[in-house]
Design a protein around this ligand. Structure first.
Ligand code: PEP
Ligand code: MG
Length: 555
């Protein structure tokens, strides 16, 4: 089976399917034996509590504490009484009674605010687990079969992917999703082999041993012994090949190119520093708050930002203000339904409606910047106009932060980069969104994945326009989309005028090694070959054919 490989690496293991989310039980009253119905509630709660306790025993530190706390929630006597009363008094089904009792308790938690409100997502999870136990269907969320496995899903929400334990999940395969979807980005951050848009992956029977190749983008649903052995040998060789990058990014003739990391929280920032990143080129702040039921306080934000900045003393850290909306809805924003969220109120557009949220975030960033020696740059997602860039830059500077930039993710911003760079200090190209808006292809849509390939010449022309504007204005233009995670494409991006590349920390050494072998003039020539191709595949093939060193570097 073929899909699109989004995180290289091989894995061999049994396939386990992501269960469907637990549906809302219907609100109608049940006819029949109310005593028998209510008797189903307590055993379901006990079963869920026991399962959570068993998982807590095997977990460590923070996860252990969270699992223990949720196991207590699952046995809450108040919730039990409320659910039982709804069956007795109103004749609800056990599942519906648990659903409503869970919601009542959830609303109480949410109303309490602060730390307590942050437990809302845990309570909803417990509620859905009890409903699943009552109904006898699989538990929701990332499965935990008690052994390592390859996860097959239709697609994964960023919040689900964020809870994946890379020691247990050997790989991901999804039938939907594109190469730049947030599932793909998080898989890459975890270093877990992943293939998206792999039609048929969900038809592989549960428990079948498969071979997943995240580099080639394939799933072998029935490997013979020789294929398994071969995969295991290649896995061992690759483990030996991964190494830490030391030094500074530069072309063979010495053109400095900063090699930066994309991070989402303090631990990924520390891992990036250990992997040899020269700084952070994209700190996706919304990743910290995907689960938060209420807006994190300034103090909470300041703490998280301080930890990220502290991982890079005296180095550049580019923080992106909240990019909520579209495929990253944030619970606390309650954005409502939009007919087409990717073209709706997302990124900086949320701040035009709620400038108070941006102001609180900038206060936290400024306070955190004061406490560390990192060189903090701040940028806004989803800028379309120079006037928006100017509005944002003024707000950033009014908080005492010196360097305000924009992400170039909308074609209009690339085409008007000169005007934007008159008011912004720098630009960073988000090729994931820039691809989807250039190609009119939803980045999460499996069937359109080829259009979202960052080698598309149309996209590269917009990168060139932005790079040229940056050079003329004497301002920094980088790339922080997934395009920079392809070492060969990184060479082309440098040829298009980009001066920094920001990527998953695991890729830095590969990008750095290849860049060292080419001169700036060669980068420019190779970029020309890509720009003149008719499609992504041809562009990639033409450039690869000119780089014989790829074989030696294992690329
Ligand atoms: C991008 O769009 O390329 C980008 C870096 O932002 P995100 O992937 O978080 O949307
Ligand atoms: Mg984006």
């Amino acid at each position: 089976m073929t899909g699109i490989g989004v995180c290289p690496g091989l894995s061999v293991g049994p396939i386990v399917r992501m269960p469907d989310p637990v549906p809302e039980p219907p609100a109608r009253a049940v006819v029949g034996d109310r005593d028998a119905e209510k008797a189903r509630i307590q055993p379901a709660m006990e079963a869920v509590a026991a399962e959570l306790r068993a998982r807590a025993e095997k977990a460590e530190a923070e996860t252990k504490a969270v699992l223990e706390a949720t196991s207590v929630m699952a046995l809450d006597p108040g919730m039990l009484d409320l659910a039982v009363a709804s069956v007795t008094d109103r004749g609800l089904s056990a599942a519906r009674a648990v659903f409503e009792a869970g919601n009542t308790f959830r609303d109480i938690l949410a109303g309490a605010g602060g730390y307590i409100a942050a437990r809302v997502a845990d309570l909803e999870d417990v509620r859905d687990r009890i409903i699943a136990a009552v109904l006898g269907v699989p538990m929701p969320g990332i499965p935990d079969p008690g052994h390592p496995f390859i996860l097959a899903a239709r697609d994964l929400a960023p919040a689900d992917t964020a809870t994946v334990d890379p020691d247990k999940v050997l790989g991901f395969v999804t039938t939907e999703g594109g190469p730049t979807s947030h599932t793909a980005i998080l898989a890459r951050a975890l270093g877990v082999p992943a293939v998206v848009a792999c039609i048929g992956a969900l038809s592989v029977p549960e428990g079948t041993t498969v071979v997943l190749d995240g580099g080639a983008g394939t799933l072998d649903p029935a490997p013979n012994d020789a294929a398994v052995l071969d995969a295991e040998k290649r896995m061992a060789a690759r483990r030996g090949a991964i190494h830490v990058w030391r030094g500074e990014g530069a072309t063979a003739d010495g053109r400095r190119i900063l090699l930066l990391a994309n991070v989402g929280d303090p631990s990924s920032a520390r891992a990036a520093a250990a992997a040899g990143a020269e700084g952070v080129g994209l700190f996706r702040t919304e990743f910290l708050f995907l689960d938060a039921a209420t807006e994190p306080t300034v103090t909470e934000q300041e703490k998280a930002y301080t930890e990220v900045f502290a991982a890079f003393p005296h180095h550049k850290v580019v923080l992106r203000t909240l990019d909520a909306g579209a495929d990253k809805p944030l619970a606390f924003l309650d954005q409502g339904e939009e007919p087409n969220p990717a073209l709706g109120v997302r990124g900086l557009r949320v701040a035009f409606e709620r400038p108070d949220i941006l102001d609180r975030q900038l206060s936290a960033v400024a306070a955190a910047a004061e406490r560390t020696s990192a060189e903090v740059w701040v940028m806004a997602p989803m800028i379309a106009l120079a006037s928006e860039a100017s509005w944002f830059a003024d707000r950033v500077r009014s908080h005492g932060l010196r360097t305000a930039g924009v992400m170039v993710e909308i074609p209009a911003a690339a085409l008007c980069a000169r005007q934007i760079l008159e008011v912004a200090d720098f630009a960073s190209i988000g090729t994931n969104d820039l691809a989807q808006y250039t190609m009119a292809a939803d980045r999460m849509a499996g069937p359109l994945a080829a259009l979202n390939d960052p080698w598309q010449p149309g996209l590269l022309r917009l990168v060139q326009a932005t790079g040229t504007a940056g050079a003329e204005a004497g301002k920094s233009v980088g790339v922080c989309g997934e395009a920079a995670s392809d070492p060969v494409l990184a060479v082309v991006l440098v040829g298009l005028g980009v001066v920094s590349l920001s990527m998953s920390a695991r890729i830095i050494s590969e990008v750095g090694e290849l860049l060292r072998t080419v001169t700036l003039e060669e980068c420019t020539r190779l970029a020309g070959l890509a720009l003149d191709a008719g499609d992504a595949q041809t562009a990639k093939a033409r450039v690869r054919a000119e780089l014989p060193q790829l074989a030696e570097l294992g690329l």
